[in-house]
Design a protein around this ligand. Sequence first.
Ligand SMILES: Cc1ncc(COP(=O)(O)O)c(C=O)c1O
Length: 413
Amino acid sequence: MVTRALRRPTSTWTPERQAEAVLAVLRGDTSPELLAGAHDDVDAEDVRGWVARFLEAGARALEPARPEPRRAEPGRARAPARTSVMEPGDKRVCRDVTEAVGRTPLVRLNASVDHYAEVWAKLELMNPMGSIKDRVGRHLVERAAADGRLAPGGTLVEASSGNTAMGLGMMAAVRGYRCKVAVRDRTSAEKVRALRAIGVEVEVVPSDLPPEHPESYNRCMARIVRETPGCYFPDQHNNRENNEAHYLTTGPELWEQMDGRIDVLVCGMGTGGTIGGVARYLKEQDPGVRVVAVDPVGSVFHAWFHERRLGRPGSYRVEGLGDEALIDCVEWDLIDDVVQVSDREAFHAARDLARRDALFVGGSSGAALVGVRREIARLAGRPARIATVFPDGGRGYLSKLYDDAWLEAQGLH
Ligand SMILES: Cc1ncc(COP(=O)(O)O)c(C=O)c1O
């Protein structure tokens, strides 16, 4: 296609004008067909040819340079080898921020668990918007844009504890969409401010409305979708493309980083996307991996798993975990156990991680650590390699679990 486009003498467009057109297509502002339709002297094939040449040139520019290996001077001691986390050729140079999503570090827990326990955590705060949900935002938007559910310049709408909204907001900013989200009023002020900073329109919904109330968190989306003609609502709670994002990225990364040896996965469950996608990938590699979900007291998942009973939802303060109703992204058949964690346990565990291992993470990571500690107790000294996921960082909760006065006011100190 590239050479054909090069040979075609039809277009009189200057290279600058071609570059502008290519950028508009890559941003999703227009398609080659629409662009060509508006001009007599180009056709869609011309535009596709320019895009292909542009991408080829970009890929060539990003190819890692291979410097000649330096020879040590005879008679001089070599400098001590410095181990780098960066593999040769892995410069992490990105054409835009969405390419910086994923490939997060796996960090061993030391002082926050018993010294004999082998626990590794995937540090998802290292994603560009600061949480694991960047993976989901990117995947949901790319899938929908590819099959036409999301039109160029369209509007994304979603209900989120804040992190998915940041991931979608990232995609909206980079690819030229609008983004409107509903968050519960227990979402931290820092997160709401961060959303507005990247251009997301935020509607704050009361947390204490019963799930059947039309303005409750799970139901208000129906109104927002009605009020936003032509929008795309990914529906992260019921759309298994959410799980797929983790099946394609988080799961394989974890398996590779753990050298294919995992005995237990302990993971928080909000939409169920992370645990579903990661567990499916891990169990496909090794059906013996035990999968333990962590659920906050007040969520309905624990009673459903153990008693097939839908308990009365209660209020809790950990963000991102649990739900007041059953949702489709939870893949019950992949889960071997569900443990219940209180706000107090989760918040103090997060503070332990910050102070003992300098892992400055959010409350749901603290909840995951509580789940890990229960698993260590259950194993009663038997050796096991435990993997967990820390979904986001602590800065979003400075006014909450990291604030002594707030903890005290909540009766959680
Ligand atoms: C901070 C935090 N932790 C955990 C989760 C749970 O992840 P998942 O929705 O994949 O179950 C979320 C989801 O929004 C989150 O924001």
